[in-house]
Every structure is written in C-alpha cells, then in structure tokens.
Design a protein around this ligand. Structure first.
Ligand code: TRP
Length: 334
C-alpha cells in the first residue's frame, strides 16, 4: 500500500518562482508514489489574516489554479480546503491539552515569527493571539487527521513537525496506540533568490516573479533586477556570479545559451539591457505552458469546483475515520 503524504499551503498569495522551484516541483515529483493529501490551509492563513477574510477567500481559488497549472494532478492528489473539515478544529482542541504554553513559546518557528511581528508592530506581546501561539497544535491536527506519514516541507517547518511528533507520542501514551507519528520529508529543494539579490523570494519583500505575471509585468521586474554594481558602461566586463539576471538565466534559459551569456559578460561583450531582454524572452517562454494550463482552469471554474469537491470527499472520509478512533480512545464516543 502507498504511504500517505500530507502537506499544506497557506492561501495568502499567488505562487511565485520560489514556490515553483521549491515545494511545487517537489510535490509534482512525489505525486506518483504516494497517497497525497494537499491541504489549502485557509484556517491557518486566517491566524494572521483574521481581519482580511477577502484576501484568504480569493487566494484559495488562486492557489488551487496555480497548483493545477504547475502540474499537480488532481487524479493523484486530494486537494481540499482546511475549513471544510471540522474534524481538524476538533482535534486541535483535544491536542491543546497535551502541549504546554511554555513549549509553544519555545518552538523555534513560532519564536522567530513572533520576533518578526515585533519588528513590524513594535514590542507588544499583546499582539500575539492565542490562535497564533497555538497554530503548531492546529498543524499537528492537519497532519494526523489524515494519518499523514510523511510531510514534505522546507527545513523552516522542522520544529512544527517535531511539535506534532511530541503531541502524537503524548496522545498515544495516554490513550493508546491510535495516532501515526509522522516524519518530515526534507527533500533537497532549491531556494530561489529575489530579483534584488535577497536570499529569499517573497511577496512581502516585493522581489518575486509570480507564475501569473503577464509579459509587461515580467519585463518591468526584470529590467529592475540587480546586476554587478561594478559594471557601469555597456562594455565593462562584469561578474555573472553576482548578477541576478544571470542567476535567473540559469533557472529558466536553455543550458546551451548559458555559456555564451557567461563568457560575453565576463569579456564585456554583452550589455545588461540586451541581457535582460533575452531573460525576459526566456522567462516568458518558461512560463508559457504554466500560464496556458492556468488559463484553462480560469475558463473552466466548474472543473476547479469539481476537483475541490472530489478532494474534499476523500479528505472527509479519512478524517471521519481517524476521528472515530480518536474519540473512542478518549472515551467520548457517545
Ligand atoms: N505552515 C505551512 C507553511 O506555512 C503550511 C501548512 C499548513 C502545512 N498545514 C500544514 C505544512 C500541514 C505541512 C503540513 O508553509
């Protein structure tokens, strides 16, 4: 029997190249070999967007279409919406007794996110909600509600997987051997730098290329990309290894073009404007099949609805089964 994979994504914005080369491609690779549940984590997205429900609602549809566009196959992957599975919320309540507040405050992912919030909103502990502090508990419910055995995530999520494993062990030690202890699947994934050279590409950093960006947007963004600051004139030699334009050529251009680009740049035989224009062309070419697929789903919303419905039915069935055994073990199966 195939092992079960569970992973999730917060619907707070469209997918960008960072998502594509990171999680996205990895998930597409995994979908053939596992029973794959892919959660659109709208409830989790609301933990820090509770005052902006429209944003989360819109992005549920956007993210689903983006995922389908990059090649997530709905025949192989159960795509479902978190808020439609109340068993997850129920499990979260049960688990909340099995984890201390101190332990959550020590969770490195939570800790660094709290620090980020403090930088943004000032030093008010008050701005940290109960829901935010507890989201690792909810994420443990996300995983175990579907008997998730493997969880493909980035290394930044490792503390959340560890927290989940602790909750599972605690639960099983009290109520019997009911829950599966999941493992993180930290496959080597590429981290894509931003157009500005920042180590991370992100919507809030304003340095991202989104899969849905049109030609004009792409052109504007690439024209503003950071190049070797020592290159002033068109025929100055430069170092492609510190140039974001070359960095992106390497991601999306054909292997056979790279050597020429690199050599011409080093010799001062290639102006940045020309080089950027070629990148714009390569980027559009690269995004074309993704955007064509995406267009199909834009034009066929009923198909997207059907896919989500099928994913939901599969997820609901699994969640109900797990919930039954959980309630029995906790002696609340009235
Ligand atoms: N926290 C994850 C992120 O921000 C998203 C997520 C929600 C998730 N539920 C999950 C990941 C369950 C793995 C398993 O990327």
């Amino acid at each position: 029997m195939k092992k079960t994979i569970l992973t999730g994504i917060r619907p707070t914005g469209n997918l960008h190249l960072g998502h594509y080369f990171g999680a996205g491609q990895n998930w597409v690779k995994l979908q053939d070999d596992y029973d794959f549940y892919l959660e659109i984590a709208d409830v989790q997205a609301l933990t820090d967007n509770f005052n902006d429900p429209e944003k989360v609602r819109e992005n549920v549809d956007e993210i689903v279409k983006d995922l389908l566009a990059i090649g997530i196959d709905p025949k192989k992957v159960h795509i479902f919406i978190q808020s439609r599975i109340p068993e997850i919320a129920e499990l979260t309540i049960f688990y909340s007794n099995l984890v201390t507040v101190a332990r959550l405050q020590r969770n490195p992912t939570v800790k660094s996110e709290i620090l980020q919030k403090k930088e943004l909103f000032g030093n008010e502990g008050e701005s940290i909600t109960y829901g935010f502090l507890g989201y690792p508990v909810s994420q443990a419910a996300d995983i175990t509600c579907f008997d998730g055995e493997l969880v493909p995530v980035g290394e930044d999520q490792a503390p959340l997987i560890e927290q989940c494993r602790e909750i599972v062990r605690k639960f099983n030690s009290i109520y019997g051997d009911v829950l599966k202890e999941p493992e993180g699947l930290y496959t080597e994934t590429k981290r894509v730098k931003g157009l500005d050279g920042n180590e991370k590409m992100g919507k809030s950093l304003g340095n991202a290329i989104f899969l849905v960006d049109d030609e004009e947007t792409i052109s504007k963004k690439i024209m503003g990309a950071v190049t070797d600051p020592k290159k002033i004139k068109k025929d100055d030699p430069a170092d492609p290894d510190i140039c974001m334009v070359y960095y992106y050529h390497k991601l999306v251009n054909k292997e056979e073009n790279l050597k020429t680009i690199c050599e011409e740049c080093k010799k001062g035989e290639r102006g940045c404007v020309q080089c950027k224009k070629e990148l714009i062309e390569a980027m559009n070419e690269f995004l074309k099949p993704i955007q064509e697929k995406r267009k199909y789903y834009d034009e066929n919303p009923d198909e997207v609805k059907r896919i989500l419905e099928e994913g939901h039915v599969a997820a609901k069935e699994k969640a109900e089964k797990v919930m039954k055994t959980v309630k029995k073990a906790m002696m609340i199966d009235y």
